[in-house]
Design a protein around this ligand. Sequence first.
Ligand code: DC
Length: 241
Amino acid sequence: MNREAIVAIDGPAASGKSTTAKLAAEAVGYMYLDTGAMYRAITLKALRLRTPLDDEDYLARLAEEARIEFVQDGGCVRVLLDGEDVSEEIRSPDVDTNVSLVSSYPGVRKRLVAEQRRLARGRGIVCEGRDIGTVVFPDADLKFYVDATLEERARRRQKQLIEKGTALSVHEVQQDLEGRDTFDSERETSPLTRAPDAILIDTTGLTIPEQVAVVVDHIRQWRVARQQDRSDQHEGDGAEQ
Ligand code: DC
């Protein structure tokens, strides 16, 4: 069967993994799946409903009931929560502050991981998050761990926030990122960690095209190797007849 690759990209906040994953998916014609957006959508739903964020059972139920969809809109992917476009709102500072806690609950993760696996079924996909190569797709065909220094990540995130009209100092952004990374890495369920077989991409000194090229080159090499395996197998089958 001619199958396409499952590509897992993990890494800390503002490491460049979303941009890399999205552009690499576009370049090879794969689906792009931003799993952080799913945790953000559940967090937004909880904040809107004023759900106490320590009520794990209720949050798990919210995750169970929420309908999260990704819709291609020209060059970008919109995120719909129960039919409403929340692409901008899920990036608000309020969601930023609370998403680590909401995503730490096993009941919330169980539902979203099942959904991520369902979305990937039978297609080529570049999926990014924190636990993609370790938990969601431990048998992914290609795994990457994207990282950059904390200073560089804070600088990038501050630039994004300014573009959206939120002025925070680099120091404030750095503190927020550090807090989230520590929480995401130290939680009990599916912590952020580099899978032993993940290829490390340090984006600190790389341009966006350079980091995208690393992923795209590996996907192309994977396709060639797979094609080669298939023709070797055909030749083997022929020789046996
Ligand atoms: O990638 P992001 O910054 O949009 O992710 C938001 C939060 O969601 C992040 O703090 C950790 C959590 N997350 C997760 O726990 N597992 C994932 N696969 C993706 C994101």
